[in-house]
Design a protein around this ligand. Structure first.
Ligand SMILES: Nc1nc2c(ncn2[C@@H]2O[C@H](COP(=O)(O)OP(=O)(O)OP(=O)(O)O)[C@@H](O)[C@H]2O)c(=O)[nH]1
Ligand SMILES: [Mg+2]
Length: 468
């Protein structure tokens, strides 16, 4: 343990030095992490961002673009040979097909390098030629960040904490019943281990749906190609003897293997190298699902954001060695479901959702901002007279029927505490939001224009505009 921790640190140290040297001597690299819970909009965000960097006609608030300093933008082979490439062409193909459709769900980390040839600004413009800035975009599931809590816990500690937490949860009844019949000191029986792990994984899925946010290990929710492997075949057991070859001892071993072979490599090889981060949040979906869902979202975000406050976690502090994410953007996605008259409210809600965490992140030196965006705008706005007022509506093509329809999804409160205070119990966006599942609009783009979006250019300016 100790030796491997030291070795990791030395490696990180060398990498940091290399990064600095290559940045000053050669071409600057910005590693942009894109994360969020399942279906939060990561794939669409990256696809539209890249398309809009390649064709910058709709990026006025990305200053280097509007100042005309970006001479060229192109895709390049990524620097990491072992991470799957973000399948930009297929995802863009889906969004630009006729009829357009949303890209497939993704379950893995992936990476894409966009390189920008940029002329320097101000006085340097006349003296220095253009330079190339590489933007390495890394897409990874937000669920993986939830595993950070395991790193500082032994199997016994994690088991005790987990069993305590689920003591009274209805969703865990089946798992509790199984655990009660098991003696962890008896010899390992593989079918029993698998059954316990499967029941525990089923509990985690139910707990997630029921609105609990402490749903680690994250890979139990999104196993990907680890499904069925021993690192995912463990579950918490009550404390007791651990004779050689016993179920409890084997569970302990697999738990440690999960930490060292799944969690740690992710944080070391991917997370620790991120310079800028965007956390995408389907805030509207949770608002629509009611106060409990919103409260859960807030809980999950708070957990996720622990990863950006390394002081709280000894493992991460050792790994990062003072390095940190410099900017974090919290983006409420799919804002095209709302008329722009309500975007300020959505931003305020997003801000309130992450307030605790951002206050601390700021304290730790990172620059944080909240924004309401739509990576791919699927709607247009119309104003309708209604009982002497004008209702700001949005219209688009429905995914299910293919028909055009206009909606008013409801009002968001101007004071976010009305939403975040569950006692009030009111469901906002309870009405038409349910049926507002729009298909992406079929695009006819002018040359030089990327796909339509809302505030993607502001997001880009905040995240990496200073490096261009
Ligand atoms: N109207 C609208 N819908 C969006 C937008 N972005 C995402 N969506 C919707 O959200 C769904 C999920 O988006 P993805 O980009 O696939 O989300 P993801 O986070 O990559 O999801 P997973 O890969 O499953 O984790 C899409 O299929 C769309 O229905 C947007 O800008 N506008
Ligand atoms: Mg995806």
């Amino acid at each position: 343990m100790v030796i491997s921790a030291i070795a990791d640190n030395i490696l990180r140290g060398v990498e940091t030095v290399q990064d600095t040297v290559s940045e000053t001597l050669f071409e600057p690299v910005v590693r942009l992490g894109v994360t969020g819970l399942a279906r939060s909009g990561k794939t669409v965000f990256i696809t539209s961002l890249v398309a809009n960097l390649l064709d910058r006609g709709r990026m006025p608030h990305l200053l280097a673009a509007s100042e005309g300093r970006i001479e060229a933008a192109f895709l390049q082979p990524q620097p990491d040979d072992t991470i799957p490439r973000f399948d930009y062409e297929s995802h863009l193909g889906a969004l630009t097909a006729d009829p357009a459709h949303w890209p497939e769900s993704t379950r893995h980390i992936s990476e894409l390098r966009v390189s920008l040839r940029v002329r320097p600004k101000g006085l340097l413009a006349g003296i220095k030629g253009p330079r190339t800035v590489h933007l390495d975009i890394v897409d990874y599931p937000g669920e993986w960040l939830l595993d950070l809590t395991l790193m500082d816990k032994s199997y016994a500690e994690w088991s005790a904490a987990t069993l305590k937490a689920i003591e009274n949860r209805e969703e865990a009844a089946a798992f509790r019943a199984k655990v009660a019949l098991v003696d962890g000191a008896t010899k390992l029986d593989e079918p029993l281990a698998q059954d316990l792990a499967a029941t525990f994984a089923a509990y985690l899925q139910d707990a997630r749906r029921a609105g609990y946010s402490d749903c680690a290990p994250g890979r139990f929710l999104l196993p990907g190609d680890l499904a069925g492997s021993p690192v995912l075949t463990f579950a918490p057991l009550p404390a007791g003897d651990t004779p050689r070859g016993s179920l409890r001892r084997e569970m302990d071993r697999r738990y440690e293997a999960y930490k060292s072979q799944v969690v740690k490599p992710f944080f070391r090889d991917h997370f620790a190298r991120i310079d800028r981060q965007v956390v995408l949040v389907d805030a509207l979906g949770s608002i629509h699902n009611g106060p409990a869902a919103l409260e859960d979202l807030r809980g999950a975000l708070t957990e996720i954001l622990q990863a950006f406050r390394p002081g709280r976690n000894a493992f991460l502090t050792r790994l990062l060695m003072g390095r940190r994410v410099e900017k974090i953007l919290f983006a409420a996605t799919k804002a095209d479901h709302l008329h722009h008259g309500q975007h300020a409210q959505l931003t305020a809600i997003m801000q309130a959702l992450v307030r605790d965490a951002t206050d601390r992140a700021r304290f730790a030196g990172a620059d944080a901002q909240a924004l309401a965006i739509a990576s791919l705008r699927a709607t247009t706005e119309t104003d309708m007279p209604h009982e002497g007022e004008t209702l700001g509506m949005v219209q688009g093509r429905l995914l299910d029927t293919g028909k055009q329809a206009a909606f008013f999804p409801g009002h968001l409160p101007s004071d976010p505490s009305h939403l975040l205070n569950p006692q009030r119990g009111q469901n906002w966006l309870a009405g038409d939001y349910q049926v507002m599942r729009f298909a992406p609009a079929t695009l006819t783009l002018r040359p030089g224009d990327g796909p339509p979006h809302i505030r993607l250019d502001r997001a880009a300016q905040f995240l990496f505009g200073d490096k261009l």
